[in-house]
Design a protein around this ligand. Structure first.
Ligand SMILES: C[S@@+](CC[C@H](N)C(=O)[O-])C[C@H]1O[C@@H](n2cnc3c(N)ncnc32)[C@H](O)[C@@H]1O
Length: 279
């Protein structure tokens, strides 16, 4: 008798279209004209990338660090992936739970909310095979503690998919066209008069120092987004005040301009996306 091969599990893939469709299904049509969470042009690029980079399959478990009020954990749950939402702000975790209660369907993955800091995760050493942190780590001042925690919680061969703001040469100013941010350290800024609005850009050396070297993790090639058109001419102009609106326009940009920029534009990206693997 020959042993039967286990059935192949289909990989989970989120296209840009599917990401927007999920956003509408989860939050209603109003997401097309107003921001109800952190969904934006960048997320239409980041969620498909992170899902593919982690090579997710139904039944896998993802630790999503700094989830905020993102729909990403719900999209993953709808695809049959189990998700741990780790977020510092209890109100945002409550928001996540309320969203889950109203949208959960039989067959979804499981959903575990956790109010905790990425600098001190209540998670066992070496227990996480897949971790995502989408546009969240740049808001945490003590990133050295986050780097140490990422390496600690990752299992052998575990994979983390991170997206963070980038600069190759250093950044003296934040963005033109939006509220005033003041420098508080190398490439780090806080919004004038707003506590807890920390934001940092990373150089290649910072990425190595904070996230790669402490645990000797293996860094993938950096993918970027937001170059001269999507960042410079679009994001950093007075149009910025509209940038979080009109998701269909963002979808169009993500499908057309983003691939062209990545192919032909060598200027600094606003954000980089990369994976880290524990050897
Ligand atoms: C830009 S928002 C969320 C981005 C979200 N991942 C998405 O996909 O849209 C960043 C989040 O990080 C959270 N955060 C800040 N410091 C944190 C920390 N030390 N540990 C965990 N989460 C933190 C903030 O409360 C905020 O909700």
């Amino acid at each position: 008798m020959t042993a039967q091969a286990p059935p192949k599990r289909r990989p989970v893939r989120l296209s840009a279209w599917r990401t927007v469709a999920y956003e509408i299904a989860l939050n209603g049509w109003r997401v097309l004209r107003e921001t109800v969470n952190d969904f934006s042009l960048w997320r239409i690029i980041e969620y498909p990338w992170a899902t593919k980079a982690l090579d997710l399959h139904p039944g896998d478990l993802v630790l999503d660090v700094g989830s905020g009020t993102s729909s990403y954990p719900h999209m993953l749950a709808k695809e049959g992936v189990d998700v741990v939402v780790l977020e510092l702000d209890p109100d945002r975790v409550r928001w996540q739970l309320a969203k889950r209660r109203t949208t959960a369907r039989p067959g979804d993955g499981r959903f575990f909310p956790l109010v905790a800091s990425a600098t001190q995760m209540p998670i066992r050493d070496g227990s996480i095979l897949r971790l995502a942190a989408v546009s969240s780590l740049e808001h945490i001042p003590d990133d050295a503690a986050v780097g140490a925690e990422l390496g600690r919680v990752l299992a052998a061969n575990g994979l983390a998919a991170l997206t963070i703001p980038y600069t190759s040469t250093g950044r003296q100013t934040f963005f033109k066209g939006i509220k005033r941010f003041v420098p508080v350290g190398p490439n780090a800024f806080v919004q004038e008069g707003k506590v807890g609005s920390f934001f940092r850009f990373y150089t290649d050396e910072d990425i190595q120092r904070v996230y790669v070297r402490p645990w000797g993790l293996r860094l993938s090639e950096l993918r970027g987004f937001g170059r001269s058109i999507l960042n410079g001419r679009y994001h950093e102009t007075r149009l910025t005040r509209y940038w979080r609106k009109f998701v269909l326009k963002d979808l169009l940009l993500a499908l057309t301009v983003y691939p062209l920029e990545e192919r032909f534009d060598a200027s600094d990206p606003l954000y980089v996306m990369f994976t880290l693997r524990k050897g």
